[in-house]
Ligand binder design. Structure first.
Ligand code: 3EB
Length: 334
């Protein structure tokens, strides 16, 4: 293995959203840390010649499908442990897993998260800065009458408690619906870079949400900053801890964007001890999750005006973690 200096200023992973066939050629040019197919069927994660790969059921047809590819300029090592696939490059670690469809998720989620978080520590990349979770039938109740999302949150919280995560170690995250296939997840973690967790002064920290949203609060920060980027969590129409503008997708989209703008803005980053602020036009690799397909044109019209014309933006028609939320938006500020 070549000993390349990994901590030179500005070194971060490449991230690309590409059409499925284009994604095949990205792996030929660079070292792939992980590939996630947002496609028409879920599949167990695999490690192949092209690196670790996870398929999520997030698209209704092939035209909607795309891949997200995380690449490194450095040599990568890939592997698999207890169903969790991974690859690392000396500074960054990608992991992905899937929890099979079930009438109860808490225990299986805790187990899968403990496998992944155990790898994170064993492989020596202990700082989790970004996690994604895709939950099938997210707003439906499980066999015990607990909503699947809340059931998932329970298992995740137990795993975090078991690993003794404190509030400064909480990653940015997305928790969103999928068209099926249980719960797919993937993480990005770092060896030496210290992610800074960022909150939104207009929102309660999600990990302090009151019990009415579920027995254990969701464990995520509104964003994390690492290596000159801000990774923005899935962001919805919530102020305080309450959903706003029930039934009004236009107002929900505006509030979601206002929440992101506030999180990444100079005033908020200054309060977190971070120098430069960002604007919505600095976001890239944006995903916009929309509950009702017929709302996508209205949401797109608002987002198009807010984001850079050069930004990669994908719209997905999936359920959102609270039944009164119609839209959720994530991205990376550069
Ligand atoms: C919210 O603000 C909206 O459970 O990991 C956004 C991002 C949401 C991540 C998660 C949930 C999650 O509460 C929902």
């Amino acid at each position: 293995m070549t000993q390349t200096p990994l901590k030179e200023a500005g070194y971060t992973l490449g991230a690309t959203l590409a059409d499925l066939d284009v994604a095949d050629t990205i792996g030929a040019r660079e070292n792939v840390l992980g590939r996630i197919d947002y496609t028409t069927a879920a599949a167990d994660p695999v490690v192949s010649a092209g690196g670790p790969r996870l398929a999520l059921h997030m698209a209704r047809d092939r035209g909607e499908a795309f891949s997200e590819v995380w690449t490194s300029p450095h040599e990568v090592t890939a592997g698999e442990h207890d169903g969790v696939v991974y690859a690392h490059d000396g500074e960054f670690l990608f992991l992905a897993g899937r929890i099979p469809e079930s009438g109860s998720y808490a225990t299986a989620t805790e187990k899968a998260y403990l496998t992944a978080l155990g790898l994170v520590r064993e492989l020596g990349y202990p700082r989790c800065y970004r996690m994604w979770n895709f939950v099938g039938r997210i707003n439906q109740d499980n066999a015990e009458g607990l909503e699947n999302y809340r059931d998932f949150c329970l298992g995740r919280a137990d795993a975090f408690a078991h690993m003794r995560f404190n509030e400064t170690e909480i990653p940015a995250a997305t928790g969103i619906g999928s068209h099926g296939g249980g719960i797919g997840f993937y993480f990005l973690t770092s060896r030496s870079g210290e992610p800074i967790a960022i909150e939104n002064p207009q929102q309660w920290a999600a990990y302090h949400y009151p019990q009415r949203y579920g027995p254990k609060a969701p464990k995520f920060a509104r964003a994390t900053r690492l290596g000159g980027r801000v990774y923005v969590s899935g962001t919805a129409s919530i102020t305080g801890h309450e959903s706003r503008h029930a039934g009004d997708v236009v107002r929900q989209t505006h509030l979601s964007l206002e929440n992101i703008a506030r999180v990444i803005g100079a005033g908020n980053l200054y309060e977190h001890g971070i120098g430069d602020g960002y604007f919505l036009s600095d976001l890239d690799q944006i995903k916009v999750y929309v509950r009702h397909a017929e709302h996508i044109p209205a949401v797109r019209a608002i987002c198009t005006r807010a984001f850079s014309p050069a930004a990669e933006v994908r719209y997905l028609n999936v359920d959102v973690c609270r039944s009164d939320l119609l839209v959720e938006i994530e991205g990376i500020a550069y």
